[in-house]
Design a protein around this ligand. Sequence first.
Ligand code: SF4
Length: 267
Amino acid sequence: MKIKVARCAGFCFGVKRAINIVEGALRGLKDGEKIYSLGALIHNPQVVEELFKKGLRVAARPEKIKSGTVIISSHGAPAEVLEEIKKKKVQLIDATCPFVKYAQNIVRKLKKDGYRIIIVGDSAHPEVRALNSIAGKSKRSKKLGIISQTTQSKVNYIKEIQKILNKDFSEVKIFNTICSDTSKRQSATRGLLKDCDLMIVIGGKNSANTKRLWQICKESGVDSFHIETEPELKKGWFKGKSCIGITSGASTPDSMVKKIIERIRRF
Ligand code: SF4
């Protein structure tokens, strides 16, 4: 049985950056001082747990925070939440991924120029909620600007754009805001699907980009399982399989990918 690992397994650039920022802040923590991330710093429960042990607390809403330091996650935060935090006596550290910031800046510019804005993505995801808050209420305009969540699949985005283009607009601006890490991970996963008869997708069950990878695998018809940790593996999945593909979401640490490969080898 062969095991093939996708080229871009492990943390993406934006997640590495956010974790470095938090670890730097935790190192400088004074006695009695508290550091909070607004929502989970990244969508990986095991990494969030590790950071909790080092002192990072997660606050679901800003009203829960009275003092200390607040870290904005890699997904960004809605404009009204940022305003609320700025009114408090807290230090604000922004760990929003630069790819997410790029998408936010496009939305700001489209809004300023009077475009109606469409964001293709999961409306409940923190990144899309932040983008929506910048876009504000939809304008009645014949000019349309379309952007996507950074972790959207290119295939889905193109499908949605085609549907939108059937409507009547005088001008349409389309931006490719899918981040390069997401595109590389998705194409590396598609590459594995050509050779493998079983795919293991590793990453948080709450991670949008991991769920996209799993969706790509399932749609291909190859047997695929989405897991977070090695105890979830089942020996029976590997019976009669000749090539196992391993791919992982952007917030999955290398160490978890290695643990899972070791467990599969023992099978
Ligand atoms: S997946 Fe892309 S947009 Fe999201 S944190 Fe990583 S690099 Fe940034």
